[in-house]
Structure formats: C-alpha cells, structure tokens
Design a protein around this ligand. Sequence first.
Ligand code: MTE
Length: 302
Amino acid sequence: MAHRWHNDLTPQDVTPEALFWNRRRLLAGLGGAGLGAIGASMAAAQEGELEVNSFEDVTSYCNFYEFGTGKGDPAAYAGQMHTSPWEVEITGLVDRPGTYGFDQILSEMTLEERIYRFRCVEAWSMVVPWQGFELADLLSLAGVQEGAKYVAFETLLRPEEMPGTRYPVLDWPYREGLRLDEAMNPLTILATGIFGKPLPNQNGAPLRLVVPWKYGFKSIKSIVKITLTDQEPPTSWNMANGREYGFYSNVNPAVDHPRWSQATERRIGGGLFASRQPTLMFNGYEAEVASLYEGMDLAKFY
Ligand code: MTE
C-alpha cells in the first residue's frame, strides 16, 4: 500500500519481539548494573528468560502509571481493566459529537501495519510494528469544525480496576494533547495492535495514540475521550513538571531534558553491545514533520 509518508524502516529493523516485551526489566538492568550485565540481560531476553532485576527507579522506564509505579504493577494489574465494551466520547468543536463504540470505529477505519521508531525521554529507542489507523480518519468521521486548533485526549479512569489512580502520582485522568495539524498528520495513528496481536491491556488496549516523532509519553493509552478545542489543552506530564515536560515533546537532540542529555540513544535490539548513536531530529521523521514547526523556537516550545 502506498503511504503518504516515507518509510525507511523494514521488518528487519524491528526490535526482536522478546526484547520488546522484556525491555523494562532490561532497562532496569541498564540502570543498576554494569555493561556485562546488560549483555547478559539482552542475551537472556533474546531467549525470553530474563531475570527480574532489583533496580527500583521507576522513573527510568516508561509504563502505565494508572496501574502503579512499581515495575511489576502494570503486568500484575492491567489485566483487570475491562476493555469490552469500549466507548470513545468525541466532543468539542466537531459536527457529530457523541459516544462512538470501539467496534463501530473499527468498522469505519482502514487498519494497516506501521513500522515506527519509538522513543521515550530516557535515551533508548525501539522499532515497533503497530497496527492501527490514522487519527485524521477518526477526526473526519466526527467532523472537525472550523475554529478547532487542538485535540485533547483522556485515558480511562476507573479506580476500582486501576490501583495506581488512588495515589496522586499524576493528576488523573491521564491527559495528552496535540495541535490539530499534528493530529491530522498521516504519521499520527491510533493503534489497536502491536507485533501482529491485539494490544495487551498494559500497552493501552484497545486504543492508544502513537506519534512517532514525539517522546513516548505523548502516546496516551486506553483512550476514552477526544475533545476538539481552540485552546492548548493541559497535559499530565506538563502539569506534573512543566520544566521537564513541555506540550510539544518533539524528539530533539538539541534540546536536553533538564536532568539528562537527549543527544544520543541506544537502540534496543541493535546488537548485544550496541553503542550509542546520535538521536535523529524528530526521531527520523524530519522530512514529514519539520514544516509543522517552521519559525518556532523549539528550545522554547519543547
Ligand atoms: N498512557 C497512560 N494512560 N498512562 C501512562 O502512564 N505512559 C506513557 C505512554 N502512555 C502512560 C501512557 C509513557 S511514559 C510511555 S513511554 C508510553 O506510554 C509507553 O508505552 P508502552 O508501554 O506501550 O511502551
């Protein structure tokens, strides 16, 4: 299928699936142990038999905080989230506001596989095969009105199924936002699957955002509400720590996180002792998205 975007990644670039599923434990190994242990962890992960590492810094890897900040929490608790039936409210500056059933949404959308680079604020990256559809198609279904400038997203908030939401780690529900032109870009998808399978709850079933040129926390999971608005919407990480997490959060080697450099990254699965490589501007999607930010000071709008 011809894409409206240029893809330089092939199935050979995809992060080995065992490494993807085990990466949190793997990354814990990166933080807590020396290089030898990393190699051993990677080899073990390749074999799918990784030992749980004792390193406890929950901020060093990404997760699903509604299920807790402990490294085993999402794996332990995400299974209790009911994802069927699932409804998404689309509201605000749209012609056809309302509650859309997930099955109804799926029946209207064209699903396709997209191999994307995926990168969190910590300096590691992966190549992930997502299955999904373009967010623009869903927004067109609802009918974006003139005057809409931003899209706001909210995750399910169901405390009885999400033990992490009993603690004020973030201001729940988890919220994210995009400028309308970012949301309409053909690279921006709502994913329903990963590695050829339906999304596991832990990864944001049944519907999560994927914006490949932005850091991973923009990829909000288990979405239940989408609002078209004329105001820049508040976002969870920006509200929690605005100095460290801006609204835009574009992958940018030239703009460091206040506590660490973003200039290089380590590709998970890039070989047992993969060396660091330079971070690509916009995560390698510069040709597709740089024009969105023409004339903007990206150090100011980080
Ligand atoms: N969405 C919700 N609702 N809650 C979260 O805690 N974590 C974010 C993002 N989406 C998060 C979320 C972060 S920090 C990252 S890096 C990615 O999800 C991780 O996605 P993955 O677990 O599928 O790799």
